[in-house]
Design a protein around this ligand. Structure first.
Ligand SMILES: [Zn+2]
Length: 177
């Protein structure tokens, strides 16, 4: 994959007729909304996009994205690196009214501007493929189901100074009743 950042925007008046291609990375700094879902600022997002016109005259954007980002494991609340990948198959529409007549093979992307902002489009696709719940593999999770917190091997995820497991706090509150 390319080591270049993808451009900020493509010109919709040219990119489809010229069958333009974009390949490269997008830094997480450009993906503010997506970054809010992550547990770390470090990660990679790579995309390949191809712009074309379909037989029926639709302006289509197709390609692929892959990303490696860090979220919180919903079981142990420790960082978890996950890989995301998705195929992109969009049709560029000018307004909502065009959605009704859109071929089901494409998802709509609405943009009336001549500048199609790529980070917006990529961010939306990333949000869509982000799992609702992410957990470590059982062997790698520091909270083993069926074990008392703190009694696991802890080999993979030593507790960090200052971090408090809210479930452990809740448990100790209940026990002190
Ligand atoms: Zn975990």
């Amino acid at each position: 994959m390319s080591a270049c950042p993808v451009p900020v925007y493509v010109d919709t008046r040219k990119v489809f007729t010229q069958r333009g291609k974009v390949a490269g990375f997008v830094s997480l700094e450009r993906l503010g909304r997506f970054r809010e879902c992550l547990a770390s600022e470090t990660g990679t997002v790579q995309v390949e996009l191809q712009f074309d016109t379909s037989d029926t005259g639709l302006r289509i954007i197709w390609g692929h994205l892959q990303a490696q980002v860090t979220v919180l494991c919903q079981r142990c609340l420790e960082p978890l690196v996950i890989a995301l990948q998705d195929d992109i198959k969009l049709a560029l529409l000018k307004d909502e009214a065009e959605v009704a007549s859109l071929d089901e093979a494409y998802d709509p992307w609405i943009c009336a501007d001549t500048k199609l902002l790529l980070a917006d489009l990529i961010e939306e696709q990333l949000m869509l493929c982000l799992p609702i719940v992410s957990v470590h593999e059982p062997a790698e999770c520091s909270r083993q189901s069926g074990y008392v917190a703190g009694a696991g091997t802890g080999a993979e995820s030593p507790a960090k100074n200052g971090t408090v497991n809210p479930f452990a706090v809740l448990k100790s509150l209940k026990e002190s009743d």
